[in-house]
Design a protein around this ligand. Structure first.
Ligand code: 4AD
Ligand code: MG
Length: 434
């Protein structure tokens, strides 16, 4: 049997092939039926002609129900009007499981509300749009790995159970560990990355991280995938260079390999094609001036809200790098600028089109006394940081890195309203199911 996937149909024009899949949709008239087949790689229109099939088989095809699992045998035919360029002339069709009329597939081609769709996320994943988004996600993840693997970074996974906060105690999920010990779900692998960077030079970690902020915005998940590179002997400028290269590489790969998915999403690809080096670079000071002129309430010293991020980046057609935020609003590990300690050597990358921060990072405190002071000022439990402090005692060097959130990046590249569609099973403030 010549079993193929829909994606491969183009290489089999004129041949009889077998494609296992599911019935996406069905159009029919008296003498002809068009079962639309999906198989996870694509969607293919099949043509079943009554006069060319056994009568019983045509009846079965004509009465198929949405999402029934079927194995279709037929001949691939080039058809310029078909999406994808091919159709399949049905010769046989085996029903593996027929969805009963009494309990039909819940997601129909009509419009459903977002809560209904999120409740049915396990099924919603099958729809054309969700499928396209998650294929882009895969391409983004693959590109991220390729970029680091091909540029001398070693992957070293960091733990998820951690004894202390990395990004501030207000957004920590606490877990009961054994014997009354409390641990926390990691917010970022950065602190451990700093240890592996001192052992391996250029490293990255890539995994799920957790944020317990009670934010109900289109940019916030409680469980997100974060890729974090860390580099020994690297100043802020190197961090920015790698961040820019990574974003360029990822966008370039999606444009190269996921055109069809971007078309399904009706994404304006000219917006992605505009993402070219160099990215504009401004300071926090400059950003505050711009925001004030645009009518924001921001005062020097305050953090940007989502609206501020949108306002400050709207003048650019490519990601904007904002550096040197006030030290006081940044994490304890951020290196203050030696010439101006009230600002830190950190950078955020803000995506265009109002997508806001996709990357945060910078240079780390490498001086032992300064680090001890910062830990004390922020009233962090020094005991949990002993191992981290060691890194400043034994061969400390200037170093830095950043974190890029996969879902925010995918939401931007796909042009989504909300990050919830950028991950197979989102976890949010009021969403832990399915
Ligand atoms: O800016 P953040 O908090 O930086 C860190 O965690 C650093 N320790 C990273 C580092 O330097 N190694 O988070 C990094 C990125 C953000 O820019 C954003 O893309 C994403 O993680 N992110 C979220 N994405 C979705 N939902 C949330 N609640 C997010 N919080 C952060
Ligand atoms: Mg940040």
């Amino acid at each position: 049997m010549n079993r193929i996937t829909i994606e491969q149909a183009g290489q089999h024009a004129g041949e009889t092939v077998v494609i296992p899949g599911w019935l996406y949709n069905l159009r029919k008239s008296g003498k002809i039926a068009f079962p639309i087949l999906r198989d996870g790689t694509g969607i293919l229109q099949c043509v079943a002609v009554k006069s060319q099939l056994p009568e019983a088989l045509f009846e079965i095809i004509k009465d198929l129900t949405q999402e029934s699992s079927i194995i279709v045998t037929g001949k691939v035919r080039a058809e310029s009007r078909a999406p994808g360029g091919y159709e399949l002339d049905v010769e046989n069709l085996e029903v593996v499981q027929r969805v009963p009329e009494s309990d039909p597939y819940p997601i129909t081609p009509k419009d459903h509300g977002i809560d209904f769709l999120m409740d049915h996320r396990h099924l919603w994943l099958r729809s054309r749009r969700q499928h396209a988004i998650l294929r882009v996600r895969h391409e983004v993840i693959r590109a991220i790995r390729d970029y680091f693997d091909d540029n001398g970074f070693t992957l070293l996974d960091t733990p998820i159970f951690t004894p202390a906060a990395c990004e501030g105690t207000t957004s920590l999920f606490e877990v009961d560990y054994f014997d009354d010990e409390k641990v926390y779900l990691t917010q970022s692998g950065q602190l451990y990355n700093e240890a592996t960077a001192m052992a391996f030079g250029n490293v990255y970690t890539f995994g799920p991280t957790f944020r317990a902020e009670k934010s109900k915005t289109r940019r916030h998940l409680t469980e997100l995938w974060l890729v974090e590179p860390e580099m020994a002997y690297a100043p802020l400028a190197a961090v920015k260079r790698v961040a820019e290269e990574l974003v360029l590489f990822v966008v370039g790969r999606v444009l190269k390999n996921r055109r069809a998915e971007l078309a399904t999403l009706e994404r304006d690809v000219s917006k992605l094609e505009a993402v070219q080096a160099p990215f504009p670079r401004i300071s926090y000071d400059q950003a505050v001036e711009v925001l004030k002129k645009k009518g924001s309430e921001i005062q020097w010293g305050g953090d940007f809200g989502g609206t501020d991020e949108t306002l400050v980046s709207e003048d650019y057609d490519r990601p904007l790098m904002v550096d040197r935020y006030p030290t006081a609003i940044k994490a304890f590990y951020m290196q203050p600028d030696p010439d101006r300690p009230e600002v830190a050597l950190g950078v955020d990358v803000l995506a265009p089109e109002g997508y806001g921060e996709i990357i945060g990072g910078g240079q780390r405190v490498h001086d032992l006394d300064l680090l001890l002071r910062r830990i004390e000022e922020q009233k962090l439990p020094a005991e949990a940081f002993n191992w981290y402090i060691d890194l400043r005692k034994y061969g400390s060097v200037p170093h830095g890195g950043f974190g890029m959130g996969v879902e925010r990046c995918v939401a931007w590249i796909c042009g989504l309203e909300h990050v919830r569609e950028a991950i197979p099973f989102p976890r949010m403030l009021h969403r832990t199911r399915p």
